[in-house]
Design a binder for this molecule. Structure first.
Ligand SMILES: Cc1cc2nc3c(=O)[nH]c(=O)nc-3n(C[C@H](O)[C@H](O)[C@H](O)COP(=O)(O)OP(=O)(O)OC[C@H]3O[C@@H](n4cnc5c(N)ncnc54)[C@H](O)[C@@H]3O)c2cc1C
Length: 592
């Protein structure tokens, strides 16, 4: 089944749950008008639905091919990429100085969701290029910016992000790729990287690798890592691609999913050293890479939303057509399976989780925009802290629910879900990677608990929890019977979050073992409270807008989330507060 971009839902979540409409009204985005925003979303939806979505199955079945160092993308991808880049999608949020349109990151986030719903293995490539643009804009020398940014912004060249080595995955500080200073001021890079997304392909004339490496006299660990730009083809004096650099793909991986995306083992310097150019300062590479990674983490979070949306659409369509048994109250059977309460529950869970994750991701993107465009220094700092707090939540929750929703999608299809023909299985396989790359979800939870909760002495997270409380009060004040027990259940969830947060930033600060053991359930609790509140905000906005026929549906989904999914919060709170001990004292259970 094909994908149809849910443009109206996306626009509504962006404007009314994520805070885009107030940001627009405050003038954060200059003279950008709502009409243009709607036009961009419509056009992106059309492109994703009509051009990219048909590539999804062929990408999965034929995959990327590797032969004699050359990677061939699946049939139709080259033409689709050329059309996509020509339409200017790659530079949507990039600086105007380098040919971009400088539109909001939040708008770009909505588009990234659509590219990835349509074909995740396709949508992944541009995520890396956009990340490279961010890193070079923030840290590149003028010469690097002039030489590379215009082509990366236009999408004529793509970018890669190269951290991982066999012994250095989550532990980036263990990387061994070497960089040596050359007399001409450039560097010679030697070493091997693994799992490099779009490290080699046939979509563009040049590929710009951003490679982390270590200088001979560098300190050990992450403080001794530098970032280098290593082009596949070195540039001629006129800026065009010239001589081939000493960097090549050795092979590509055979994977569970995203078959259309080539995942390469890269070899640098088997002819003496790949020519690289320093980005930022020596030994400050991690700071540069973080610029790239934060954007990339949000983009990967959006992949979770994207795959969940596509799986939900497909499951809904199937459940309306497939007939089995007689539903309660039906005059005669067989009834469409959507009429059975258990199937309905699965579909509502899929929809509610998808929309909650979408709202969290877009809210993170709006915070990133405010951090960049806020009216004064203080507003920008607060927004930066908000974005930092929400990024690991968005990444881990959205990609976890991507897998859960895709799994439910298979379940709704019954046996047909397990058969490749329907495509439900592909979503499940594709979804799995997003919880692993760009920092595993376990690492995201640790980041949230150890680095993000202590931001501004705990003021960042406390201010956020106060906002969630305000939403609960607004639901209660609305006094709309359609909300059922939403206010009460959401209120309990937010207070569970408040208690565990106080506990983590209070007594457990000197007890890292306990905090680390409870980090993953804590992140889920955080996302449950945030997602539930944002769905309620969306419902309240729908009810406020006179003549909005969609209000009952939005209220119903907020209520379903609060009464069926958020109610697990009390159990998660217990797991964080009391369960850590049984994690840390249970080594015997894993012995043998
Ligand atoms: C398809 C694909 C595409 C990829 N694309 C890229 C790319 O473009 N560029 C790139 O550089 N890399 C890429 N990667 C690599 C990816 O980012 C890593 O696989 C990921 O960061 C995890 O590292 P690892 O595989 O070594 O797992 P490990 O680090 O060995 O982790 C294994 C498990 O241990 C846990 N763990 C590890 N350390 C800790 C700790 N300190 N505390 C708690 N738990 C811990 C992890 O959460 C995980 O569950 C890609 C990988 C794949 C499969």
């Amino acid at each position: 089944m094909t994908y149809r971009a849910p443009v109206a839902d996306i626009a509504f979540a962006l404007k009314h749950a994520a805070g885009f409409a107030p940001a627009l009204a405050e003038g954060i985005y200059g003279d950008l008008g709502e009409d243009l925003v709607d036009q961009v979303l419509e056009e992106a939806g059309r492109f994703a639905t009509e051009v990219l979505s048909p590539l999804n199955t062929v990408g999965d079945r034929q995959g990327a091919r590797f032969e004699n160092g050359v990677v061939t993308t699946p049939p139709g991808w080259k033409e689709a990429y050329a059309a996509w880049a020509k339409a200017g999608w790659n530079g949507l949020a990039a600086p105007a100085q380098w040919g971009g349109q400088e539109l909001p990151h939040a708008l770009n986030a909505a588009c990234i969701e659509m590219w990835n719903s349509a074909a995740m293995a396709f949508g992944l490539g541009p995520v890396l290029t956009m990340g490279a643009v961010d890193a070079l804009t923030a840290h590149g020398s003028d010469e690097i910016k002039r030489g590379y940014l215009p082509k990366l912004v236009s999408g004529e060249w793509t970018g890669t992000m190269q951290l991982t080595e066999p012994q250095a995955g989550s532990d980036v500080g263990a990387l061994r790729t070497k960089a040596e200073r050359a007399p001409d001021g450039s560097y010679r890079i030697t070493g091997q990287k693994i799992f490099i997304t779009y490290g080699e392909h046939d979509l563009t004339d040049n590929i710009i690798h951003l490679v982390l490496a270590r200088l001979p006299d560098a300190p050990s660990g992450t403080r001794g890592i530098s970032l280098f730009l290593v082009p596949k083809f070195l540039l001629n004096a006129d800026g065009s691609p010239g001589v081939r650099n000493d960097a090549r793909a050795h092979s590509i991986e055979h994977k569970l999913g995203i078959h259309g995306s080539p995942t390469c083992t890269m070899v640098f310097g088997d002819q003496g050293g790949a020519k690289g150019f320093l980005v930022g300062e020596e030994n400050r590479g991690m700071a540069c890479m973080f610029t790239m990674m934060n954007q990339a983490r949000l983009a990967v979070a959006l992949q979770g939303v994207a795959i969940a949306e596509r799986a939900t659409q497909q499951a809904l369509a199937y459940a309306r057509e497939r007939r089995q048994g007689r539903a309660l109250g039906a005059a005669a059977g067989p009834s469409p399976i959507i009429a059975h309460p258990d199937v309905k529950r699965m579909l509502l869970t899929m929809r509610a989780l998808t929309r909650a994750a979408r709202a969290i991701c877009y809210a993170t993107a709006v915070a990133l925009d405010r951090a960049q465009r806020g009216s004064d220094e203080r507003a920008r700092t607060l927004a930066h802290e908000r974005a930092s707090l929400l990024t690991p939540v968005a990444k881990a929750f959205a990609t976890d629910i991507g897998i859960e929703v895709a799994s439910l999608g298979v379940q709704v299809h019954g046996g047909m879900g397990y058969i490749e023909e329907t495509g439900a299985a592909q979503h499940y396989r594709d979804a799995r990677i997003a919880a692993i790359y760009e920092g595993t979800n376990g690492i995201q939870a640790i980041d949230l608990v150890t680095r993000k909760l202590p931001l501004a002495g705990g003021a960042t997270v406390r201010a956020y929890i106060d906002e969630l409380r305000a939403t609960v009060e607004a639901v209660n004040a609305a006094n709309d019977p359609g909300f059922g027990a939403t206010g009460a259940r959401l209120g309990e969830t937010v207070e569970s979050l408040a208690r565990t947060t106080d506990w983590l930033i209070g007594p457990q600060q000197n007890n890292p073992e306990t905090a680390l053991a409870g980090a993953t359930p804590y992140l889920r609790l955080f996302a449950t409270a945030a997602g539930g509140a944002l769905l309620a905000e969306e419902a309240l906005a729908a009810a406020r807008l006179a003549g909005n026929g969609a209000a009952p549906a939005r209220i119903a989904i907020a209520r379903f989330f609060a009464e069926n999914l958020a109610v697990g919060a009390g159990g998660i709170e217990r797991s964080v507060l009391e369960g850590a001990d049984s994690v840390n004292t249970a080594d015997a259970a894993l012995a043998g």
